[in-house]
Design a protein around this ligand. Sequence first.
Ligand code: FPP
Length: 245
Amino acid sequence: MKSELNLDKMPAHVAIIMDGNGRWASTKGKNRLFGHKNGVQAVRAVVEESVRLGIKHLTLYAFSSENWQRPKEEIGTLMRLLVQSLRSEFEKLLNNNIKLQAVGEIDELPQSVQDELFHVINKTANNSNMTLTLALSYGARQEITSAVKKLGELVKNNLISPDDIDDSTINKHLCTHKLPDVDLLIRTSGEQRVSNFLLWQIAYAELYFTNVFWPDFREQNLQAALLEYQKRERRFGKTSAQINA
Ligand code: FPP
């Protein structure tokens, strides 16, 4: 019997490392840019399906701090695709009551991307069905380093004592502070690593790896990941007996 998704047991926060655009394109004899363009279709499908299934937070790794090392032409294409997608999907975000957010070193992005991004962020700020967060020019080590620096300043200026620092103080200084911890982290394309994505926030996330290249990822692939997630026992350091009591 085919198992069904339990809509009452959906993860609150799903994060995705969208990987394999380049390899998908090369299997078709095309260049990497073709792969990124087709990756946008997968983004659209996953966002729509996540809203439909009642997922409250979806975070997509769209451009890492390390991606700045890619060829200029590829960076240019990715930035143009972002601007185009923000424009073309804006109405859909509004109609589906989706709030857009961005995390990362946003001021490093070209002005055209920042302008479009802030336009959509402002216009969708009061939406409440789902929060879609784009990680852009994002690196988790950079995020944690920046939080440590801010806390160091607070200690230096006697505004807090080192004893005041706990999980929640650190969390408050991360750029993701408005988001809950990640419940499910998905990575496509067969790679099994986390590549500097949400290192603090995935402490207790369930990890799901699939061989599907990102441009081929669709509703049924998301559902497969969610089914697998619902089969896992999340113990958070406790015993199975404690969890089931
Ligand atoms: C990884 O594939 C993908 C990226 C670095 C960019 C992801 C961007 C998109 C899907 C398009 C635009 C995004 C939005 C949110 C509209 P890769 O290039 O590393 O593939 P490879 O590992 O096969 O080379």
